[in-house]
Design a protein around this ligand. Structure first.
Ligand code: AR6
Length: 206
């Protein structure tokens, strides 16, 4: 499914993020940028060893929670990888919501800085970091839709969800955002152009 935001689009797909053809792929990394399991492991395996070499050389201090850094994408068919460090879920009272929104924003800043038209995100923090899917979907999709509404370069953000549970949770939240944001949808042109192209019924003559 998708939601049109102004001239731009948020898409949800179920699948493997390493197979996406987009300008940048976001990795759910740890703050040491040391590689790991989950989507991080899959990305490093598919992209090849040049990624770890580059993170060690360019970011020896790692990357703090709530932010992201960029590298090339090795063997993946993207131009860049954005290594993003989401928060570990500790019950919701340790600033997790703010940190997750900050992580997503940092990736969108990088997309702008690197002139990307399309970016693919996994559901950051929802695996090993145990963030509840519904709350992660709310923070992630609200942050993305707010930024996409005003974005010039970035045309497409694709959320690549692993499994039906994640896809279902993100779909429910995306639908609810679309329902509460009718003006945004109108700006996309879909409603306006349909109305304009409808043939006008002549007024009944007296
Ligand atoms: N494509 C898309 N999504 C995936 C894929 C894939 N190939 N593989 C897993 N997911 P996680 P986190 C989903 O654990 O919670 C790592 O060890 C997965 O189902 O990858 O941010 C890092 O090194 C889940 O919904 O990332 C860190 O130490 C989502 O991706 C730590 O885990 C995120 O799960 C980061 O934990």
């Amino acid at each position: 499914m998708f939601r049109q935001v102004g001239r731009n689009r948020i898409e949800l797909v179920q699948g493997d993020i390493t197979r996406q053809q987009v300008d940048a792929i976001v990795n759910a990394a740890n703050s040491a940028l040391a590689g790991g399991g989950g989507v991080d492991g899959a990305i490093h395996q598919a992209a090849g060893p040049s990624i770890l070499e580059e993170t060690r050389r360019r970011y020896p201090e790692g990357c703090p929670t709530g932010s992201a850094v960029a590298t090339r994408a090795g063997r993946l068919s993207a131009k860049y990888l954005f290594h993003a460090v989401g928060p570990i879920w500790r019950g919701g009272t340790s600033g997790e919501d703010e940190l997750l929104r900050s992580t997503i924003s940092a990736c969108l800043d990088l997309a702008e800085a690197y002139s990307c038209e399309s970016v693919a995100f996994p559901a950051i923090s929802t695996g090993a970091y145990r963030y509840p899917l519904d709350l992660a979907a709310q923070a992630t999709l609200e942050t993305i839709s707010a930024r996409l509404a005003a974005s010039e370069n970035l045309k497409l953000v694709r959320m690549v969800l692993f499994g039906e549970g994640a896809y279902g949770q993100f779909s429910r939240v995306l639908e609810s955002l679309a329902l509460t944001d009718v003006s945004n949808f109108r700006e996309g042109g879909a409603v306006g152009s349909d109305v304009d192209s409808t043939p006008k019924r002549p007024l009944p003559s007296e």
